[in-house]
Write a protein that binds this ligand. Structure first.
Ligand code: SAH
Ligand code: SF4
Length: 410
């Protein structure tokens, strides 16, 4: 049976309430080493000549050891720890809820404090354990400015971009909760890969268009992949975009992670309807950008996501057009059964149709896994979320969760 934990005890609640009334402190999470050194000096906490060494020390505590409290940094003097705590924060977001499915899928509802005059925001992060790997699906924005017609997030206005800190703390908090930092135990009963890291892969496939929040996403992913810190291989980080062409090349050149493209159609007329950003950056430009993505090879391929919509894009002619379109691009094709939501005019293709489509592209030489939905029971249970903490309506939340879990890449 799926379980839902409320892990905010009284002490945590009191601390959070105090934080809500106090002026916000700058977080050290999400700063580069140089920015961290500069922040320490300009706060008058550390003399210039020590700044680089201190930043390195803090970096290690934050990203290798995973501490979330300055007091745990035992090789830093008590006085300095107190000054740091007065000016800066390294706190995690509030965990409003954690749900665990009986297939091991976990879902957290995180609340981030308001920025400026805004309100607190809530986002979800999903963990999908599989044989040999564990994937964390991370959000980059609250809502989305794009309006893909089959996606429920597309009907929600953008509330705001997430900061680099908020993107990273999704990963760090998930690692806390799975015991995935050194010298931490995995909580009893957690379903995680038998060997290696509990979170071995991350996918930017949650809410939002990551390439419309490029700078924050770049900062967060460079820190996540820093070899002297969180240390995730760039080969195990996948960024999914609906096709923001100018930023695709920058992603390859400046971030260097794996790329996934939400393709969904093989001609401009249909893609204009499904993924309207196509009107700005049509297929020919998108495929050209993919071809010139740095470092592609047979071992480093682009994933093309293709949502299976009944009688819209699921015929064998569509499969043929897909194979033709991707000719010459080192590609994997990820077929995603459509997750319906109330009010949508689309339906998911029949299973038989999806299999025929997959067979065709397999025969043409493409690996084409069909994403099986995970964590169904916790999707059903999310109606139990407290209504006052809900920004999304229940059916909106269900559709988003289904999307995050189905589209988690490979
Ligand atoms: N905004 C980015 C990343 C998030 S979406 C993007 O569009 O790529 C992650 C994947 O889920 C995308 O491929 C998206 O097209 C797909 N998706 C969105 N809504 C869906 C739905 N209702 N059913 C199945 N897949 C969906
Ligand atoms: Fe935004 Fe991606 Fe949904 Fe399109 S599919 S509306 S880009 S989240």
């Amino acid at each position: 049976m799926a379980i839902s934990l409320n892990i905010s005890d009284d002490q945590t609640r009191a601390a959070l309430a105090a934080r809500a009334t106090a002026p916000p402190k700058e977080s050290l999470i999400g700063l580069s080493r140089a920015e961290m050194a500069e922040a320490l000096v300009s706060a008058g906490i550390v003399p210039e000549r020590q700044a680089k060494m201190r930043a390195q020390q803090l970096w290690h505590w934050l990203y290798v050891r995973g501490v979330s409290d300055f007091d745990a940094m035992f090789n830093i003097s008590k006085d300095l720890r107190a000054s740091l705590a007065k000016t800066f924060t390294i706190a995690r977001p509030e965990i409003v809820e954690e749900q665990i499915s009986n297939d091991g899928t976990r879902k957290w509802l995180f609340r981030f404090p308001p920025r400026g005059a805004g309100r607190p925001v809530e986002i979800e992060t999903v963990y999908i354990p599989e044989e040999g790997r564990g994937t964390l699906c991370i959000s980059s924005q609250v809502g989305c400015t794009l309006t893909c017609s089959f996606c429920h997030t597309g009907t929600q206005k953008l509330v705001r971009n997430l900061s680099a800190e908020e993107i990273l703390t999704q990963l760090m908090t998930a690692r806390d909760r799975l015991g995935d930092f050194p010298n931490r135990d995995t909580p009893d009963g957690a379903i995680v890969p038998a060997e290696g890291r509990k979170i071995s892969n991350i996918v930017m496939m949650g809410m939002g268009e990551p390439l419309y929040n490029f700078e924050a996403v770049k900062k967060a992913l460079l820190i996540a992949s820093d070899g002297d810190g969180l240390s995730l291989s760039k080969r195990r980080i996948t960024l999914s975009t609906s096709g923001v062409v100018p930023e695709i090349f920058r992603t390859g050149a400046e971030i260097g992670v794996m790329l996934a493209i939400s393709l969904h159609a093989t001609n401009d007329d249909l893609r204009d309807l499904l993924v309207p950003i196509n009107k700005k950056y049509p297929l020919a430009e998108l495929i050209e950008a993919c071809r010139s993505y740095p470092g592609l090879s047979n071992a480093k391929r682009i994933t093309f996501e293709y949502v299976m919509l009944k009688d819209v894009n699921d015929s064998i002619d569509d499969a043929k057009a897909l194979v033709k379109l991707l000719r010459g691009v080192p590609a994997k094709i990820n077929l995603i059964p459509f997750n319906p939501w109330p009010g949508t005019n689309y339906q998911c293709s029949d299973w038989e149709t999806i299999e025929k489509f997959a067979d065709y592209i397999n025969t043409a030489g493409y690996a084409s896994p069909i994403r099986t939905p995970r964590g169904r029971d916790i999707l059903a249970a999310c109606g139990q979320l407290k209504s006052e903490s809900e920004r999304l309506k229940k059916h909106e939340r269900l559709a988003l969760e289904a999307m995050m879990i189905a589209g988690h890449g490979d």
